[in-house]
Design a binder for this molecule. Sequence first.
Ligand SMILES: C[S@@+](CC[C@H](N)C(=O)[O-])C[C@H]1O[C@@H](n2cnc3c(N)ncnc32)[C@H](O)[C@@H]1O
Length: 285
Amino acid sequence: MDISLVLFLRVCVQLLVLPVYLLSFLGIWEPFCKKIFFPFFIEKLTASYNRRASGHKQELFCNLQEFAGPSGELTLLEIGTGTGANFQFYPPGCKITCTDTTLNFQDGLSRSMAQNQHLQFQSFLVTPGEDLNQVADSSMDAVVCTLVLCSVQSIEGVLKEVLRVLRTGGAFYFLEHVAADPSSWSYFWQQVYYPTWKLLFDGCHLTRETWKNLEQAKFSEIKLRHIQVPLYWTPVQSHIIGYAINCQAVQLSLPTHCPVLLLVLCLGAAPRSLLLAGQGKEEGY
Ligand SMILES: C[S@@+](CC[C@H](N)C(=O)[O-])C[C@H]1O[C@@H](n2cnc3c(N)ncnc32)[C@H](O)[C@@H]1O
């Protein structure tokens, strides 16, 4: 990749949106972006994004119910809920706790809640994913994050909290845009747009290699795929999608000399589709 060409084009893009940089310098852009521009943009984007990603989302969330507890109830925490773009994909009766860092998406969120009465909304917590202290340890069957890890301060901090609130055998579902293949034109344009995109879209990073954070976190099993979502002419087509299982509590409470028991417990807690995928009988993430 020609670094000088990237830098030249980066400056050209920055000049095109110079007024925004000036507003940012004056301290006006960030509050306007957070309160008005970004919520407006996300609401418009959600419908179009869901149209393009609905097949992926349906496939991703289709086994959610298999993580329900013994009573058949599924407790789910969504981090960075925004306008509730995923509600339509959750199974009936699912008990949802929503979280976000802001109340600025409330109009869109209320509309989504009204349209998805098959769900049981428990509470809305205004808190960052890095600090979910209002959520008890091991209290969730599933945690969901879509298009959020690109914007958080600390992916490691969020994943640590996800592992804490997930029960043993619970699952973390993710769909995130990420850095493209370094040999691709997409990656080139991500490098060009990176600083301006971050300014325009409330701190969204174009070039995060989020799959590395997921692989390093202490999940026992990860089903992860790299996919392209057809958001043509945008630098956010490259995504990762999948889910990861938390067996951490089992590992902590078991004697370390008992790997067979650990394996049996983890397999017992995993959903059927995951086990079948391992046997090559069903396509998994
Ligand atoms: C691009 S929107 C995605 C919203 C929704 N998840 C979706 O798929 O449409 C990013 C969301 O992440 C939220 N967010 C940003 N930083 C966050 C953090 N540290 N913890 C939790 N949510 C955060 C934003 O407020 C916003 O609602």
